[in-house]
Design a protein around this ligand. Structure first.
Ligand code: GDP
Ligand code: GDP
Length: 436
């Protein structure tokens, strides 16, 4: 399980510049595979061999002209709730502003690691100017320049040193599928879970100090054994109940990272919107299995909207990863809940499946022979061998004489052919082309 690091601070101090620097190297790897990055405010970073997730809280409100102090305050509170460590960025050019003082006041009460980053320290004189930030009462600070990267190494050394050790559930200890139920507020997550497990476990409980832990609870229902990931962020009815993009991401990121399959609940009466999409791509980016449940289907007039139309609309929104199960359910009338669980288990199994190398070659090489990668600059590209990698999530490698000439459309073609033959519904797939 990854630690979650939140970057907070008022607008224009340089949060996103710093964030981009943190995730740069890794994002480049992800991008070359999937071709798309959806959420530019969430990513993974690594320092001294320690991997962690980073969220730029400011990224979610950027663009709005007038950002109220209250808005920043809520963001900081939520970050305090959900993150394992916080990097508070301030701007040496501007000095301490009243808003900085506000934020510092909130952070001084927190026992989690807080790192104060004084940004835009581009030269020696500014090192002097930075001294005033002692007045924030947060102790030691780090002078950085997000733009050039200077000073960030020291900050990161400290960060990975203070990040807490998180419990790691190994596959041997716990071989059951781990599911999480995610979605925007009021989609019906708690109702669904209660209907499924038949007890009021997921009612409002606000247990101090449990925020950090994702808890797996084992269930045996309808003949299926599974774990439900019950993070505080989901369990607790938010103090901040605002229906904003940022909140649903912040609240679900830990559960998603900790699960095998994410059950994304959407409210049928609202449709598949920006936030749903954000959570969807969060799961996809983490290479998790996904099942979409369109909940409250009991409220929809069936003659105005058919499941087929509704489904088509959602598939359009999740392009190009459209091979995902979509079910129409009602937590209230308990319609198709068993089917939902069955599907989640199926996705889990599909994600784990291993295709024997001989079978994979036999099938795929015949297709490739029939439809080889298009020749480029007069050169013919040959793929002679392929296999599934022994990784926890499906990854396939194709060995070619000129791997750099195999472009994304052909990779998508290969992916589609794999999906046609083997069931990977709800499972993100990686395709790599390597030199043979
Ligand atoms: P955010 O609103 O906090 O995410 O801030 P941005 O990352 O968008 O940066 C705001 C402005 O500060 C931009 O014009 C950046 O180019 C500038 N900036 C960011 N980091 C540095 C730095 O290290 N030095 C200087 N001089 N400017 C910076
Ligand atoms: P959460 O915030 O995602 O956990 O959502 P809740 O489970 O608290 O549900 C929000 C509201 O939607 C509650 O008033 C539920 O009674 C209602 N609700 C949940 N599922 C359904 C459903 O399938 N049909 C109808 N009609 N209402 C539902």
């Amino acid at each position: 399980m990854n630690n979650i690091v939140a970057i907070v601070g008022r607008p224009n101090v340089g949060k996103s510049t710093f964030f981009n620097r943190l995730i740069q190297r890794r994002e480049a790897i992800v991008d070359s595979v999937s071709g798309v990055t959806r959420d530019r405010n969430y990513g993974k970073s690594e320092w001294n061999g320690k991997e962690f997730s980073v969220i730029d809280t400011g990224g979610y409100i950027k663009g709005s002209d007038d950002i109220f102090e209250g808005e920043i305050r809520k963001q900081v509170e939520l970050a305090i709730d959900e993150a394992d460590a916080i990097i508070f960025v301030v701007d040496v050019e501007e000095g301490i502003t009243p808003m900085d003082e506000e934020v510092a006041k909130l952070l001084r009460k927190v026992t989690k690691p807080i790192l104060l980053a004084v940004n835009k320290v581009d030269n020696g004189k500014r090192e002097q100017d930075a001294l005033e930030f002692y007045n924030l009462g947060l102790g030691e600070y780090f002078t950085i320049a997000g733009m050039s990267g200077s000073g960030t190494g020291e900050l990161l050394d400290k960060l990975v040193e203070v990040l807490p050790e998180l419990p790691e559930a190994t596959e041997e200890e716990n071989p059951l599928p781990r599911f999480c139920v995610v979605g925007r507020p009021n989609a019906g997550k708690s109702s669904f879970i209660n209907a499924l497990i038949g007890e009021d476990r997921f009612v409002v409980t606000d247990i101090a100090g449990t925020t950090r832990d994702a808890i797996d609870t084992k269930y045996n229902r309808f003949g299926f054994e599974f774990n439900l990931v019950d993070t505080a962020g989901i369990r607790r009815k938010a103090k901040v109940k605002e229906d904003l993009e940022f909140y649903s991401v912040m609240r679900s990121v830990r559960a998603i990272e900790h699960s095998d399959v994410c059950i994304l609940m959407i409210d049928a009466t609202r449709g598949f919107e920006g936030q749903d999409q954000n959570i969807f791509w969060l799961a996809e980016k983490n290479r998790k299995g996904i099942v979409i449940l369109v909940n409250k289907w009991d409220l929809v007039e069936k003659d105005t909207m058919s499941t087929r139309d509704y489904e088509a609309k959602i598939r359009k929104e999740i392009e190009p990863f459209t091979d995902v199960p979509i079910l129409f359910v009602s937590a209230l009338t308990k319609q198709r809940l068993l089917k939902a669980l069955e599907t989640a288990v199926q996705v889990y199994e599909s994600r784990k499946q291993r295709i024997p190398t001989s079978k994979f070659n036999e099938h795929m090489l015949a297709i490739i022979e029939h439809m080889p990668p298009p020749a480029l600059k007069g050169k013919y590209i040959k793929i002679k061998y392929c296999m599934q990698l022994p990784t926890p999530m499906p990854q396939f490698v194709f060995f070619a004489n000129l791997p750099q000439y195999v472009k994304d459309p052909y990779k998508r073609f290969l992916e589609n052919k794999i999906r046609e033959k083997w069931d990977f519904s709800g499972v993100p797939i990686d395709i790599y082309i390597r030199e043979k």
